[in-house]
Design a protein around this ligand. Structure first.
Ligand code: SIN
Length: 483
């Protein structure tokens, strides 16, 4: 691997400031080529318990530093990540597959959370509340929760750690992270730079593991872990929630989505197509906020769909290291199989499939971006998160009908709509049961806004001033000042 700083390629686990080689290792492979990128230490229960105990020992030293001291260290971490953005981007592309430019974009996106929370560290305010009796004074404090755990996904190997570790460390918590088994290298490189920035031993540990359930079980059952933040599927989120109930842990769960993307007949069609492409094909369709169901009002459905097919066909698919590639591979063969299954089902139920002829020769984990015309609610992909570059287009007649269709899912993470009638924009934004609403935009991710879902998409918010509150406990002091 051709890195400016070769030492960023770490293969040992990072536990309490030590780089630890475990007897067992596992392979990290490049989803574009199937080649082995590295062999990484494989953590189990013992390493997890050790990391949690060290995190607990480090807690009082870290939380008693001034907010400015923590802020300065996080700021330095942010700067180091940006200094080595190219190297971190390359590591990310090699283990995850996304095109290099997009991978570098993710590094900047992740770093922006650390920057944001380095600033928020100094603004964790309490209140004074008028007392209920003349001799009482009431004060609130926000204090760090304690040892936190994070279980993070492969689709954003850097950013999902940054937006958990950033606020946790800013608030004075310590954190143990279990990155996804397919993408541990980005996590380890981040930890290496955190160490260089001055994050003390024990404050941040990274546990690569080929058997995530073993590590997860310790994290969810250990009494010293006071909070778990998880990004991933709803099924796994529910299991972690069940496991965490025993020790009543605080949870933040960012789970699956089934995002509707609605285009009303008075929308700017070109702008809507551009937004659909941005939302649908980011990370080859592998994000929880990707447009999953595209609803177009019937009067403009023909024109919109033709333009969407044309724009989809122009996307260049290939190895993320090739110049100009916009769509990398899917993460593994299982992902390809699951999309093929959804496609067979859609075709058998009357869907018309449009794929660029140029992509037809692609094999391995690559999937040609696809548009499905005449999508219906009977198709499996209406109810499931596609997690790949497939755009089903449905038609609708009225606002009431489309709000009902859009809300007809147990999920509620992100949704999008395009239109120009201001009264309708308010009605629809209020009527959609989602945590995030994009109006005339397909890109809603930013550290300054509260990211998170409702219903079975989970709870808790990441980013913004609300994101840091997730890592604090609210305490109130009732003070009797005497007569
Ligand atoms: C996700 O897919 O979980 C996160 C996407 C984002 O931050 O935009």
């Amino acid at each position: 691997m051709n890195l400016k700083r070769q030492d960023l390629l770490r293969t040992s686990a990072f536990i309490a400031g030590e780089w630890i080689k475990t007897p067992k290792t596992f392979k990290v492979t490049n989803p574009s080529t199937g080649e082995v990128v590295a062999e990484v230490s494989d953590c189990g229960e013992d390493e997890t318990r050790k990391a949690v105990e060290r995190a607990s020992e480090a807690l009082s030293g870290w939380s008693s530093r001034t907010a400015k001291e923590r802020s300065d260290i996080l700021r330095r971490w942010y700067e180091l990540i940006m200094d080595y953005q190219d190297d971190l981007g390359l590591i990310l592309t090699l283990e995850q597959g996304k095109p290099l430019e997009e991978a570098k974009g993710e590094i900047a996106y992740g770093a922006s959370f650390i920057e944001w929370f380095s600033e928020e560290a100094r603004r964790i305010y309490g209140d004074t509340i008028p007392g209920h009796q003349s001799d009482k004074r009431i004060i609130t404090l926000r204090q760090p929760i304690g040892v936190c755990a994070a279980i993070t996904p492969w689709n954003f190997p850097n950013a999902m750690i940054a937006r958990k570790a950033g606020p946790a460390l800013a608030a004075g918590c310590t954190m143990v992270v279990k990155p996804a088994e397919s993408t541990p290298l980005s996590a380890l490189a981040m930890a290496y730079l955190a160490e260089e920035a001055g994050v003390p031993p024990g404050v941040l540990s990274i546990l690569p593991a080929s058997e995530p359930a073993k590590v997860g079980r310790v994290l969810t059952s250990h009494p010293l872990v006071r909070k778990l933040s998880f990004t991933g599927s709803t099924a796994v989120g529910k299991e972690l929630m069940r496991q965490s109930a025993e020790t009543v842990k605080k949870l933040s769960l960012e789970l699956g989505g089934n995002a509707p993307f609605i285009v009303f007949e008075d929308a700017d069609i070109d702008q809507a197509v551009e937004g659909a492409i941005a939302s649908k094909y980011r990370n080859s369709g592998q994000t929880c906020v990707c447009a999953n169901r595209i609803f177009v009002q019937s009067k403009i459905a023909g024109e919109f769909t033709e333009k969407l097919i044309e724009a989809t066909n122009s996307l260049k698919v290939g190895d993320g290291l090739q110049q100009g590639v916009e769509i990398g591979p899917l993460i593994n063969q299982e992902a390809v199989d699951s999309i093929n299954e959804l496609m067979r089902d859609a075709e058998s139920k009357g869907g018309t499939i449009y794929q660029s002829p140029e992509g037809k020769g692609l094999s391995g984990n690559f999937y040609v971006p696809t548009v499905i015309k005449n999508a219906t609610t009977e198709m499996k992909l209406h109810g499931e998160e596609i997690f790949g570059p497939v755009s089903p287009v449905y038609q609708f007649e009225t606002e009431e009908e489309v709000i009902e269709l859009a809300n007809d899912t147990p999920y509620g993470l992100a949704c999008y709509f395009y239109g120009s009638d201001h009264a309708q924009i308010w009605r629809v934004a209020e009527g959609l049961e989602y945590g995030i609403v994009g109006v005339n935009t397909g890109l809603i991710s930013t550290p300054v806004a509260p990211f998170g879902g409702v219903k079975e998409s989970g709870f808790g918010r990441e980013g913004s001033r609300y994101g840091i509150e997730e890592y604090t406990e609210l305490k109130y002091i009732c003070w009797d000042i005497g007569e």
